[in-house]
Design a protein around this ligand. Structure first.
Ligand code: NFE
Length: 494
């Protein structure tokens, strides 16, 4: 029997996402993932001072504004000819600000967005929001373990506050920091700031080591069938990220399904729009040449997310991509983190292509970033420069590639007459939650859903666990507000 399961919205993610699964005899035969809001920042930026991109793109999202701050700063640095002049202190402070956001975001994702799919919180504290409504029937921990994990849920709130405070020491505030700017940063690394940062960081590291990673391992042991669920497209992309004086913490690569790393080249990225509400004339373009032209009348369209592809192939981005990229390129620290956990769970690297693999990669990545941040703090030199002066060029082209918590993030800009002529943003969730492309290839989340056995269509745990393991953020990935929309097809960009 064929049934359609539509989950709209999928809650406990950031933003508004819908999925639809066609289930035939208990197995997902087809799936659609849709971003149902229009963003339009690319349109807002046209004609503005290029430096505005660094302020405005942070407003794309309240969860990862820091990633947009760094990608836009890198993009402007490139267009202004500053890339080789950025002071070491600035590279380190930008990375410390971004690292603080990674930690806050990963802890948010596991405890407050995803863990409630596995932990019976309502059975522990009663039927209180936000623990209900929820699906029923597959909570496997003892009441004692559930009660302990609910305490960690609360502790995680406090730790996330400390991550935000830590970010604000160099970033001024969170969200939408004022510390990362074109040419460098605005805050000097005083001894006082370094010390204040370090004591918060050490408490967060303690949480990651002694609660976050063990809790993910506990979920992995009790729900180990989820190492075999939600494999996805098995082709990964990392742009590389955390631009440090000595290179990048995460190595760029395209990883093929046989785990072979190939050099990454942003010129191979295109965005299709056959199934997105954008004009067909804009399909297949590289973002350096991209356009954002809404078209709400397309019959085949079902999403405001475009379909980014690498050499025409569907790719997955995120902690899984970064950790596997580092692992297969023999990064020692990554191997030292991943190997013992794979051993304890008795699974190989291949098992990472799964719901649990994505959670494990994210938790171990949090440790890699947090431990690296201690080294970065120690490299800061209080008396050295933090910024280089700059002028807006008459014309220029810029690319800013970095890694955001949810995966690789790219900003592209063209400057003409000292103004932004073109700006394009491709977020990690645009890759992961993309709709079918011009060749009708399903996006990464769609592929992870297809082939899944659903035990109970009224409680489709498998589907929501697959989607949430990607940590989608829809605010980031759609292309604003339709506050002034008064009829279908009319948008007022405010
Ligand atoms: Ni809105 Fe973001 C991250 C970016 S998502 S959270 O991480 O860029 O695609």
């Amino acid at each position: 029997m064929i049934t359609k399961v539509k989950i709209d919205p999928i809650t406990r993610i950031e933003g508004h996402m819908a999925i639809e699964a066609v289930i035939d005899d208990g197995v997902v035969k087809d799936a659609k993932s849709a971003g149902t809001l229009f963003r339009g920042f690319e349109i807002i930026l046209q004609g503005r001072d290029p430096r505005d991109a660094n302020r405005l793109t942070q407003r794309i999202c309240g969860v990862c504004p820091t990633a947009h701050a760094t990608a836009s700063a890198l993009c402007i640095d490139d267009a202004f000819g500053l890339t080789d002049k950025i002071p070491d202190n600035a590279k380190l402070i930008r990375s410390l600000i971004l690292g603080s956001n990674f930690l806050q975001s990963h802890i948010l994702h596991f405890y407050h967005l995803a863990a409630l799919d596995y932990v019976d919180a309502a059975g522990t504290v009663g039927n209180l929001a936000p623990f209900v409504p929820r699906y029923e029937g597959d909570y496997r921990f003892s009441s004692q373990v559930n009660a302990e994990l609910v305490k960690h849920y609360l502790k995680a709130l406090d730790i996330r506050r400390k991550c935000q405070e830590m970010l604000s020491l160099f970033g001024g505030k969170m969200p939408h920091n004022v510390g990362v700017v074109p040419g460098g940063v605005t805050e000097k690394p005083t001894e006082d700031k370094i010390t204040n940062f370090l004591w918060r960081l050490n408490e967060i590291r303690d949480f990651v080591d002694n609660l976050y990673i063990p809790d993910v391992i506990a979920v992995a042991k009790s729900y180990n069938d989820y190492f075999g669920i939600g494999m996805g497209c098995k082709r990964l992309v990392a742009y590389g990220g955390f631009h440090l004086p000595t290179g990048k913490l995460f190595k760029p690569a395209l990883i093929s399904p046989d785990l072979h790393p190939e050099p990454f080249d942003a010129r191979n990225i295109t965005e299709d729009v056959k199934h997105s509400w954008y004009a067909d004339s804009t399909s297949g373009r590289n973002p350096a040449n991209g356009q954002t032209k809404p078209d709400l009348d397309k019959k085949q369209a079902y999403s405001f997310i475009k379909s980014p592809r690498y050499n025409g192939s569907v790719c997955e981005l995120g902690p899984l991509a970064r950790m596997v990229s580092n692992y297969v390129q023999n990064d020692e620290k990554t191997k030292q983190l991943l190997d013992p956990v794979l051993g304890e769970l008795a699974v190989g690297v291949d098992a990472l292509f799964s719901v649990l693999g994505r959670h494990a990669a994210r938790a171990l990545e949090a440790k890699l970033v947090a431990d690296s941040m201690v080294d970065w703090l120690q490299q800061l030199k209080p008396d050295d420069p933090i910024i280089v002066p700059s002028e807006i060029p008459e014309q220029g082209d810029g690319t800013g590639l970095n890694e955001a918590p949810r995966g690789a993030l790219g900003h592209w800009m063209t400057i003409r007459d000292k103004k932004i002529e073109r700006y394009q943003v491709i977020t990690p969730t645009a890759w992961n939650a993309s709709p079918k492309d011009d060749k009708d290839q399903p996006g990464a989340i769609e592929q992870a859903l297809i082939g899944t056995k659903v035990k109970d269509k009224d409680n489709p745990f498998e589907l929501v666990r697959i989607v949430r393991a990607f940590d989608p953020c829809l605010a980031c990935s759609v292309h604003l507000l339709d506050a002034g929309r008064n009829e279908l097809g009319v948008f007022r960009v405010v």
